[in-house]
Ligand binder design. Structure first.
Ligand SMILES: N[C@@H](CCC(=O)N[C@@H](CS)C(=O)NCC(=O)O)C(=O)O
Length: 208
């Protein structure tokens, strides 16, 4: 049985998983795909993930895991004590999973409407308004996450967990003019995560 294989590319959603794997000290092999060269739609990759999206994680047993929360929570549970999430069944875990699901269902889904707006309208002239509306939606929901945060800098205190890795990568996709609308607690979360000595290098690879 070999280790995990992560398909992704720098500064995409796979960055959340890549950083989480490094933070949890879980060995993995990174396979970078080039979306501009059509590698997400290649026959070989579609055979692995018919949706042609990253992150796609190959479990050591060869099975395929997709969808950021499913991947992160699998890693948390398969590696108890790695710090990716509170203990299964605890109230803290319920809160963690609540906000992870919230971030995925609202913020990440909204981000896809920002960047792939042409997929969400049949009228090309509407792509830009769709994107603009989605950006406001993403920021509104990220700011709601700040309301659910305690003293910070991370969602559940001093140490980052799975939910923080997803929030962090999304903050890196916002441009300067968007950041002024973002709650300072969410901004601080992203900065604190990228500044962690164990994560600096992998975070930088995903923000280029
Ligand atoms: N719901 C998926 C979304 C994954 C996703 O959309 N990833 C983007 C990169 S951030 C992608 O692969 N886009 C290529 C495409 O949709 O064609 C998840 O949670 O993993």
């Amino acid at each position: 049985m070999s280790g995990y294989i992560l398909y992704g590319y720098p500064a995409s959603g796979s960055g959340a998983v890549e950083v989480a794997l490094v933070a949890a000290n879980i060995p993995f092999e990174m396979k970078d795909l080039d979306p501009d060269a059509g590698e997400l739609e290649s026959e070989a990759f579609l055979a692995i993930n018919p949706r042609g999206q990253v992150p796609t994680l190959i479990h050591p047993d060869g099975s395929v895991i997709t969808e950021v929360p499913a991947i992160l929570l699998h890693l948390a549970d398969a590696h108890p004590g790695c710090g990716l999430a509170p203990q299964p069944g605890s109230s803290a875990r319920a809160q963690h999973d609540r906000w992870l699901a919230f971030a995925h269902a609202n913020c990440y889904e909204g981000v896809l409407r920002v960047f792939y707006s042409d997929r969400y309208t049949t009228d090309p002239a509407q792509a830009e308004p769709v994107s603009k509306a989605a950006l406001a939606y993403v920021i509104r929901h990220l700011n709601m996450m700040a309301d659910g945060m305690g003293t910070g800098p991370f969602m559940f205190g001093e140490y980052p967990m799975a939910v923080d890795y997803l929030v962090w990568i999304m903050t890196t996709w916002l441009v300067d003019e968007d950041l002024s609308d973002l709650d300072p607690k969410i901004l601080a979360l992203g900065e604190a995560l990228a500044a962690r000595p164990d994560l600096k290098e992998v975070a930088a690879r995903n923000t280029e």
